[in-house]
Write a new protein. Structure first.
Length: 253
């Protein structure tokens, strides 16, 4: 843990009271790096709560700019930042929340050739995207680099989340072999707020070693009925992304 983190432990005292957390758990967070793909509806709560929890380094990537139509759900941004790159706006908000955290804002469009330079080798990746093309790229990169991936998605008042770490779990393509792109997805801000917070908690549990992640389970949230359900999911042996992996390639933390 960096000196400034030790000097700032009052910020984290309430979470450090959780059984099994303490100084060791906080040190694990402070020494960790998280890559967040997307600074929108999901990326907003996910990044804000990871920064608030004291994750040492956050790399947040988004190639879009802030639009007025984003502001019903993308709470990283505000009216006076319309037109500003989302990654830059995200950095401003996150640094205000916790100035002790290293924030790297990446105004980049993710493509296969630039993933090593942009993503690098973080401890974990968070999928806060809104399109299948980039999700599949992210999924394959994480498989090849043995990096766990926390997936989240929303539509309307529904959402889903899971923790992916092949070969001990399915990969994203196992769950959705071929997704159909959709423009102007309907969504109310509270829905990505809920799912993004779940994603942040999955990351925190993984980094601190506390609790059980959503491995081999897909959590579905139905906001209209206010219901949570979990479904068992499994790998597809014929999956083109992870089908060739064997258990010895696992990189469990």
């Amino acid at each position: 843990m960096r000196k400034e983190e030790f000097d700032n432990l009052d910020r984290y005292q309430r979470q450090m009271l959780i059984t099994g957390w303490g100084h060791e758990g906080q040190s694990r967070l402070a020494d960790s790096c998280v890559f967040i793909a997307g600074a929108g509806g999901l990326g907003s709560p996910a990044s804000m709560y990871l920064v608030a929890a004291g994750v040492g380094e956050i790399r947040i990537c988004d190639s879009d700019s802030v639009n007025l139509s984003n502001l019903n759900r993308q709470i990283l941004h505000s009216d006076d930042r319309v037109g500003l790159p989302k990654a830059e706006s995200a950095g401003l908000t996150l640094r205000e929340l916790n100035p002790t955290i290293k924030i790297t804002s990446l105004n980049e469009h993710l493509e296969w050739d630039n993933l090593p330079d942009i993503i690098g080798c973080p401890d974990i990746v968070v999928d806060c995207l809104d399109n299948f093309h980039t999700r599949y790229l992210l999924n394959l990169y994480c498989i090849k680099q043995c990096i766990p991936l926390v997936h989240g998605a929303v539509r309307g008042m529904t959402g889903q989340a899971t923790f992916l770490q092949p070969p001990s779990t399915p990969c994203f393509r196992c769950i959705i072999p071929q997704g159909k792109e959709e423009e102007n997805i309907p969504v109310v801000g509270a829905t990505p707020g809920i799912i993004g917070c779940i994603q942040a908690l999955e990351v925190i549990k993984y980094l601190t070693g506390i609790g059980e992640n959503l491995k081999n389970r897909l959590m579905i949230f139905d906001g209209e009925l206010m219901a949570f359900e979990k479904f068992s999911i499994s790998r597809r042996p014929t999956c083109p992304d992870c089908g060739g992996l064997v258990a010895s390639q696992s990189n469990n933390k």
